[in-house]
Design a protein around this ligand. Structure first.
Ligand code: ADP
Ligand code: GLC
Length: 480
């Protein structure tokens, strides 16, 4: 039995702010349990809902010397759907109302988390062959393993995989601060692995020391070799092209399933898509106070409201969209100016546009189900899960040709009746407008093509199985 430990800052169903949580909490289930023992380690945030906290058992606790003093380090565990989840406990670091709080404090808490993941391992009855680290929060695991922990025979031959979910966030702070918080050897900061000039960089440490580096789609893997997408590290990726994998994400098709979804009043699958979508649309319009018109073109957005997600392209089109035979539903949180602009517009046309600026999982499912099309005009998108969920619920994605969006949506203008959505190339308002107009033309112009595309979309297989096969191949290469 080969053993893998996922280390991540979030995972469903315990704590989620975005797609990272979906990946860390669902990919582990896709490995055949007779071959792979995959477990997950997370921070024991005190904001994890109480029922989960109550289900956790204490495994052990002790004190560790970290950033200038002895600190409490506990491990808790629970089993969920047959899988082991471990939680690193330290209330000082993982207390508070949300997983991410203050930028500099986040750096310190995830340095601690990276250190703690390794420090607790000899105390568990589980010795992973591979630690699969996700995003910058776990960036110091490979450097710690290569330095402070390498003298302990327990860690001999342990390998690390590092997956980049979003290169925009690297865990950057002052070089001297990172050195003093992490306690990593000074030579790592003199020129090299953990710094660029006077900046310390946690993700860079992982890229340098991990045995393999992956990202979450093939197109993003290529894009980040260029200065436009490389966030200052493009040369690093370009030089290591051969050691660098792009493995596209999947979704948990048992959770995101319109045939069984508890958030929906009426269930449907591809054979009952017409009536199922019509019912979902009517009930979404009612729930959000929109005109209950079955013939209007209903567009949805479920997203972090940030520049990454192309919200600056959507705003200039709102007036025109809601002035025509179109309605728009937005569920998202993020930059205040986006939240306010959307709210303002919705206030002016409440029968045409609804905006909810909270995090609401069940409502998000009803939006995927109730909308005709789903807007995701991202500036960059490492993979994107929202468009995969939209496909599964028969809401046709309108996306920009970048990262995972390019790899997972087939455009009508190129693929004809095999298409699953509408894809535009250039990041500008004109491009998005063209794609929306094509979608509306298809929607209103006789329903045959639309219905065919909707069936194509719902039949796509984005379950985790394919990705798990790719990851298993990678793991096997490392431990054989
Ligand atoms: P990212 O991780 O960059 O935010 P993804 O498309 O990979 O983007 O994943 C976003 C995930 O978060 C999806 O599961 C989406 O449904 C969910 N999501 C985003 N915003 C909200 C919200 N306000 N309420 C509920 N779910 C949301
Ligand atoms: C990041 C990316 C998103 C990706 C997700 C899970 O949040 O922005 O594109 O789908 O991670 O890998």
């Amino acid at each position: 039995m080969k053993k893998v430990l996922f280390a991540a800052a979030e995972a469903v169903p315990f704590i989620k702010t975005g797609g990272l949580a979906d990946v860390a909490g669902s990919l582990p289930f896709a490995f055949p349990p007779e071959d792979w023992d995959v477990r997950v380690m997370l921070p024991a945030y005190t904001c994890i809902p109480a029922p989960w906290q109550e289900a956790m058992r204490d495994v052990t606790h002790f004190d560790v010397w970290f950033n200038g003093k002895y600190r409490y380090l506990g491990v808790r565990e629970l089993t969920h759907r047959g899988l082991h989840f471990y939680f690193i406990d330290n209330e000082e670091y993982f207390g508070g109302p949300a997983p991410y709080t203050d930028y500099m404090y986040d750096i310190e808490k995830f340095c601690f988390f990276s250190f703690a993941v390794l420090a607790v391992l000899p105390h568990l009855d589980f010795r992973p062959d591979i630690i699969h680290c996700h995003d910058w929060h776990t960036g110091l695991i490979p450097p710690y393993l290569a330095t402070q922990f390498k003298y302990d025979p327990f860690f001999a031959d342990m390998k690390t995989v590092f997956t980049i979910h979003n290169l925009k966030f690297q865990g950057i702070c002052g070089r001297d601060e990172l050195r003093s918080i992490s306690g990593l050897p000074a030579e790592l900061f003199a020129q090299g692995p953990l710094c660029s000039g006077s900046c310390g960089n946690m993700m860079q440490g992982a890229l340098h020391y991990a045995d393999a580096v992956t990202t979450v789609s093939q197109t993003y893997a290529k894009e980040i070799c260029t200065p436009e997408y490389g966030e200052g590290l493009d040369r690093f990726f370009a030089e290591r092209r051969d050691r660098f994998w792009g493995i596209v994400n999947g979704i948990d098709d048992s959770v995101f399933d319109p045939a069984t979804d508890p958030a929906l009043k009426r269930h449907y699958d591809v054979s009952r898509v017409k009536s199922g979508k019509a019912a979902a649309k009517a009930s979404l319009q009612k729930e959000l106070g929109l005109d209950q018109d079955p013939d209007v073109f209903l567009l949805g957005i479920v997203s972090r409201l940030t520049d990454q997600k192309g919200m600056d392209l959507v705003l200039p089109l709102l007036e025109k969209l809601t002035g025509g035979p179109c309605q728009l539903v937005v569920l998202g949180t993020g930059e205040k100016h986006y939240e306010e602009s959307f709210r303002l517009m919705a206030g002016a046309r409440p029968n045409k546009m609804a905006v909810v600026t909270t995090y609401d999982e069940p409502l998000s499912h009803r939006i995927y189900a109730g909308t005709d099309a789903f807007l995701m005009p991202s500036r960059f998108e490492p993979c994107g899960l929202s468009q995969l969920i939209a496909l599964r619920y028969g809401s046709l994605p309108i996306v920009r040709a970048t990262g995972g969006l390019k790899d997972t949506v087939r455009s009508l203008d190129k693929e004809g009746l095999n298409a699953t959505g509408f894809v535009f190339e250039d990041y500008d308002v004109g491009g998005l407008n063209w794609a929306i107009e094509l979608a509306m033309k298809t929607f209103f112009g006789g329903k045959k093509t639309w219905e065919q595309m909707r069936r194509n979309a719902m039949r796509e297989d984005f379950s985790w199985k394919r990705s798990a096969v790719e990851y298993s191949k990678l793991y096997e290469q490392l431990i054989e």
